[in-house]
Design a binder for this molecule. Structure first.
Ligand code: C2E
Ligand code: MG
Ligand code: MG
Ligand code: MG
Length: 282
């Protein structure tokens, strides 16, 4: 009896472990395939001027249209990519897609606002990153000033001369750098001073309860003060309500990003926004 129930248990249990490991393995190889065949998509979210909502730049956000699972967000597959050592390839695939989109827009005579691309820590630890980026820019006939790069605080926490050199080289390509998700990581303020960042993005978690939560308001105000002191501009992430927009505008926040203005959208939609702005400026 013991043997029988033991086996029953194992049968109930084993296929589960097996299928979890298997589906992870499958997902990993599907992701590798998608990266190699340029099947990852990029959505773009506008970043706007607080007073008039004019689009000043946009952020590229990777998406995966999985053949069976459908549209997947980065939080669902970046861990898979990281564990499989695919972050560099994924990053290059995103950069390539952004450059392709920009060169097609240019051919259509559409002026596209600057695109900010997220860089992973794996990418910024690679001293050859600036050269790799330069190669792709050259391939598409684009210049570095059309791109910005976002790096999270945690990706720059290691104290290395080579990281500093890499970031300086990105600036020398003409690209501006932003610190992403500011306030959630562990960067020291003295390090910030020495690194060539021109923007600070306040993490969405601090914006969510504004203006109702006094602590979040105080944190946001102190980040605005810090940035001003260091000569950096501030972007508020995750702006969803008119009340948030109003408060942030009154406090002198330089730029806003969030669902209030637009969710991340496919390139054609972004171009229709940009195009509308261009037409109305004529
Ligand atoms: P992030 O760089 O901080 O990007 C902002 C995230 O907040 C995006 O999520 C965006 O869709 C979401 N968001 C923007 N406005 C709002 C809002 O008003 N409300 C809410 N609830 N969410 C908002 P997404 O696209 O799921 O990306 C999540 C994270 O994945 C990004 O956070 C970034 O860290 C990472 N990621 C995305 N694309 C790439 C990429 O190409 N390379 C790398 N290395 N990381 C990426
Ligand atoms: Mg970002
Ligand atoms: Mg962010
Ligand atoms: Mg964030």
């Amino acid at each position: 009896h013991a043997k029988e129930s033991g086996r029953a248990q194992m049968q109930a249990f084993r296929p589960d472990i097996h299928s979890t490991a298997r589906s992870r393995f499958v997902l990993e190889s599907e992701l590798r395939h998608a990266i190699q065949h340029n099947q990852l998509e990029v959505y773009y979210q506008p970043i706007v001027e607080p007073h008039n909502g004019e689009i000043v730049s946009n952020e590229a956000l990777v998406r995966w249209n999985h053949p069976v699972r459908g549209w997947m967000s980065p939080i669902e597959f970046l861990d898979v990519a990281r564990n499989a050592g695919l972050m560099q390839d994924l990053g290059m695939s995103v950069l390539r897609r952004v450059c392709k989109d920009r060169s097609e827009a240019k051919r259509q005579g559409i002026v596209m606002s600057t695109t900010a691309i997220n860089l992973s820590s794996e990418q910024v630890m690679d001293a050859r990153l600036p050269l790799r980026i330069q190669d792709i820019l050259d391939e598409y006939g684009l210049s570095g000033d059309q791109l910005e790069f976002e790096v999270t605080e945690d990706a720059i926490k290691g104290d290395s001369k080579s990281l500093q050199a890499t970031l300086n080289e990105l600036v020398n390509l003409g690209s501006r750098l932003s610190i992403d998700d500011f306030g959630t990581g562990y960067s020291s303020l003295s390090r910030l001073k020495h690194l060539p960042f021109s923007k600070l993005k306040i993490d969405r978690s601090f914006i969510r309860e504004i203006p109702g939560d006094a602590d979040d308001c105080a944190i946001t105000l102190s980040i605005l003060g810090l940035a001003r002191g260091l000569g950096m501009r501030v972007v508020a992430e995750g702006v969803e309500t008119e009340e948030q927009r109003q408060w942030l505008t009154e406090q002198g926040c330089d730029l806003l990003q969030g669902y209030l203005f637009s969710k991340p959208v496919p390139i054609a939609t972004l171009l229709s926004y940009d195009d509308q702005l261009r037409q109305s400026a004529l």
